[in-house]
Design a protein around this ligand. Structure first.
Ligand code: ACO
Length: 340
């Protein structure tokens, strides 16, 4: 009797290129301006713009969850790619704000978009989640284990922000970005991804409560342990160093130099971080994509939304080399070099 073949037996076959064949994004309708934040905490538009570059951010409606944002971004990416939801073999969602502990958010998106043939799981790597997901998808497709993968970065950070803490609440926003990955004969794709992590710095950016280490209780809820806690200055330093090093490493492995890049899409956390990366890589602002003035830091969604907007704005043409670089809590970081 013929035994069923496990999918992993395909691993011995030659690797194949993996292309991003469609992107999509979604941000909630509600705009929260710096002027509106001035009414919530002791801050000013001038302070926020000069320290971060952020002018406004989007905030999801109370009934709108991460899977709702993710599903809207996914539908846009599916449409752009010209595929049907049934063709998707796997859904990976990078998020730190899942709808609930389980089932995973990817399963909830599967149901919303009708991707009934997809294996579904979430990935926790904070702001690096989308690029970690891209690389996992790349590995599954290049090894011929899957053909079509939907990768999403989605977060509803407004739900875990302490709206009384001016150090953090001005920085973040909600949104989702998605990409469909597939092997398309004769087309380009992801050339190399560098990834890294360092748990020694876990506490400079974390949400300490609400998990198994510190369950929420009547006694501790007043201290709001289930919100973002951050040492901004330490994060800033680590973010610039890690992203610049990751970019150099990824470019070297890909056999490219910064002069070869048409567009760099960095994590959208802070304009000063973005400018520091551009300057250390020797890139002028015209080659560094930035949309954080409109959305703030949307965590795993940030680089995914930026990729979609850059593509739709024609910032990269076919054959162009682009570089995506991210950094987030964990600490985690990643950099992908892609030929569009
Ligand atoms: N409005 C007014 N004053 C503020 C605000 C605010 N919203 N927030 C903080 N301040 C005050 C502080 O209380 C402090 O006052 P003090 O000196 O009296 O104690 C002072 O401003 C600190 O000012 P700076 O030292 O100039 O602040 P800094 O230049 O470090 O900027 C910032 C702070 C924007 C948080 C910066 O450190 C940063 O961007 N860090 C990176 C953080 C980040 O991006 N996190 C996102 C998650 S990680 C990621 O996605 C990469």
């Amino acid at each position: 009797m013929n035994k069923p073949q496990p999918r992993t037996t395909r691993l011995h076959k030659p690797k194949r290129t993996v292309s991003i064949i469609g992107t999509g994004s979604y941000v909630p309708e509600k705009v929260l301006t710096n002027a509106a934040l001035e009414k919530l905490v002791d801050t000013s538009d001038e302070w926020i713009v000069s320290r971060t570059g952020i002018k406004e951010r989007r905030v999801a409606a109370p009934e709108e969850s991460t899977s709702d944002l993710a599903s809207k971004a996914a539908r846009a990416a599916i449409e752009k790619a010209g595929i049907s939801a049934e063709e998707i073999d796997m859904i990976i969602i990078g998020t730190v704000t899942p709808d609930m502990a389980f089932p995973n958010t990817a399963c909830l998106v599967q149901k919303q978009i009708g991707a009934k043939n997809a294996i579904c799981f979430d990935l926790s790597a904070a702001c690096s989640g989308f690029l970690f997901g891209l690389e996992i998808a790349q590995q599954f497709i290049s090894s011929r284990t899957c053909d079509t993968i939907l990768v999403i970065g989605a977060d509803k950070l407004s739900g875990i922000v302490n709206w009384q803490d001016r150090n953090t609440c001005v920085l973040f926003g909600d949104g989702a970005g998605a990409a469909i990955l597939q092997h398309r004969p004769g087309s380009h794709g992801i050339i190399h991804t560098t990834m890294g992590a360092n748990g020694d710095y876990a506490e400079i950016l974390h949400m300490p409560g609400g998990g198994s280490r510190m369950p929420l209780t009547k006694e501790n809820i007043e201290q709001r342990p289930n919100t973002i806690h951050m040492n901004g200055k330490d994060v800033y330093k680590q973010a610039v160093t890690a992203m610049v090093n990751a970019a150099h490493e990824a470019l070297e492995t890909a056999g490219l130099q910064t002069k070869d890049l048409a567009c760099v899409i960095p994590h959208q956390a802070n304009l000063r971080i973005i400018e520091a990366i551009g300057s250390r890589l020797g890139l002028g602002p015209e080659r560094v994509f930035c949309n954080l003035q409109h959305y703030g830091n949307t965590s795993a969604a940030a680089v995914a939304i930026a990729l979609d907007e850059a593509a739709r704005a024609g910032r990269m043409k076919r054959d162009d080399y682009i570089l995506l670089v991210v950094f987030g809590g964990g600490l985690t970081w990643a950099c992908s070099v892609i030929q569009w």
